[in-house]
Design a binder for this molecule. Structure first.
Ligand SMILES: Nc1nc2c(ncn2[C@@H]2O[C@H](COP(=O)(O)OP(=O)(O)OP(=O)(O)O)[C@@H](O)[C@H]2O)c(=O)[nH]1
Length: 392
């Protein structure tokens, strides 16, 4: 599947940058175009792969290239005011060659949190291609203001996109790690999962076309209907053996017989269970998910239809949904088999409820402090008996 990716804010830019790196490493060709948008000049300069002319600095008149300091209302205002500058960069995208837009943003900050929903609304008005969001939830240790930003942005972003894929930093945070080192690893996890998912619909020349290969329309159909999505992943190392030449086929090395079919099937079904029941990008109850897509990636000889069919049926049972698609993503020469499950339209998500609860508390606290603040300042500055007079 070919995407036009727009990284909004620091986290968004860094993750899109990583997607490009992933694409180059795997030849998956999912990033057809990439753009970074930010209010902070330094963040844009720190990117490695997004071309210089695709980095858009907005809000210069308001914040002079220094970012919005986690004020997402200001982030949204600036995005609206400077939407033409962003559109200028988007105009350079050959939109007829992309299957969808993907806007990536950290929802806890200011620029991406406020700007991403504004851009989604704008793109949906102009283009017929689907507009998806990849929203990153902040860690619960980041504090009330980040949680409040994320809760408000989440609500707005879901409404404005065709589907919001969510990744929760909180579920992936490791203790005892430096923040930047931690993010680097987390970002690798993000692109691995979404890279396989979106790469599945983009089997390029020279790669095997399997019997039941996943097509980008299956990804689009799974995401259509809107709402919130989460992704599960599990992998197992296998022996990479480059074969498929005439000689090896004559020797019978590339036939299915040399791999135990039952073993291959069992590996696939066990990976499907691990992917669905393990850590999801957004932890939630999978029962009740409206639609799902299973992608099995790996060397063709380690994929079989029976395994995928069983895995698909198992997901149907677990989710209670009859709309579960499944297929292969054959990757020659790969040294692992991976199962990726996209669960779309999930609604039983305790983490979101918890986030909203903390956000409401943070909002009440902010309102209270703001109300009291004027009174407190006045009692500090003015003497009790009001004997002093200001200069002017
Ligand atoms: N997964 C991941 N999350 C990140 C990364 N950097 C920041 N975040 C998260 O994203 C949130 C928003 O941070 P930024 O993207 O830096 O904020 P911004 O959109 O640039 O907005 P301002 O800095 O307020 O102008 C943070 O609260 C973190 O939860 C990253 O590299 N990876």
């Amino acid at each position: 599947m070919k995407l036009a990716m727009i990284g909004f804010g620091q986290a968004g830019g860094k993750i899109v940058d990583k997607f490009i790196e992933y694409d180059e490493r795997h030849g998956s060709e999912i990033v057809r175009s990439a753009i970074a948008v930010n209010t902070a000049k330094a963040d844009l300069m720190g990117l490695k792969h997004i071309p210089q002319d695709k980095r858009v600095l907005i809000g210069q008149a308001r914040v002079k290239g220094h970012g919005v300091g986690a004020d997402n209302e200001l982030g949204a205002e600036i995005a609206e005011e400077d939407i033409d500058e962003i559109q200028g960069a988007i105009d350079s995208i050959p939109v007829h060659e992309v299957d969808a837009f993907l806007i990536v943003a950290g929802l806890g900050g200011g620029t991406g949190s406020g700007g991403a929903p504004v851009l989604a609304k704008h793109l949906k008005r102009i283009y017929t291609e689907p507009v998806y969001g990849l929203g990153i939830l902040p860690g619960s240790d980041e504090g009330g203001i980040y949680t409040l930003n994320a809760a408000r942005s989440f609500q707005t972003f879901v409404r404005e996109v065709d589907n919001l894929l969510v990744f929760d930093n909180d579920a992936w945070r490791k203790t005892g790690e430096s923040v930047s080192g931690g993010y680097n690893q987390i970002n690798e996890e993000i692109v691995r999962r979404f890279g396989i998912l979106f790469g599945a619909g983009e089997v390029s020349k020279g790669q095997e076309v399997a019997e039941s290969v996943v097509d980008s329309s299956e990804i689009i159909n799974t995401l259509s209907g809107g709402g919130v999505s989460t992704v599960g992943y599990a992998s197992e190392d296998v022996e990479p053996r480059e074969s498929g030449g005439l000689l090896s086929r004559l020797r019978g090395e590339d036939s299915d017989d040399d791999l135990d079919t039952a073993h291959t099937t069992n590996r696939i079904t066990s990976l499907v269970r691990k992917a669905a029941l393990g850590r999801l990008t957004l932890p939630c109850e999978i029962e009740g998910a409206e639609r799902a897509l299973l992608v099995m990636a790996g060397p063709p000889r380690y994929l079989n239809r029976k395994g995928i069919e069983r895995g698909r049926k198992w997901i149907e049972e677990q989710t209670g949904s009859m709309e579960v698609r499944g297929g292969d993503y054959p990757v020659r020469g790969s040294d692992f088999v991976a199962g990726v499950i996209l669960l779309s339209g999930v609604t039983n998500v305790p983490r979101i409820k918890e986030l909203q609860q903390v956000a409401i508390e943070a909002q009440d606290n902010l309102d209270e402090i703001r109300e009291e603040s004027e009174e407190n300042l006045s009692s500090l500055v003015n003497d009790d008996a009001d004997e002093l007079e200001s200069l002017f």
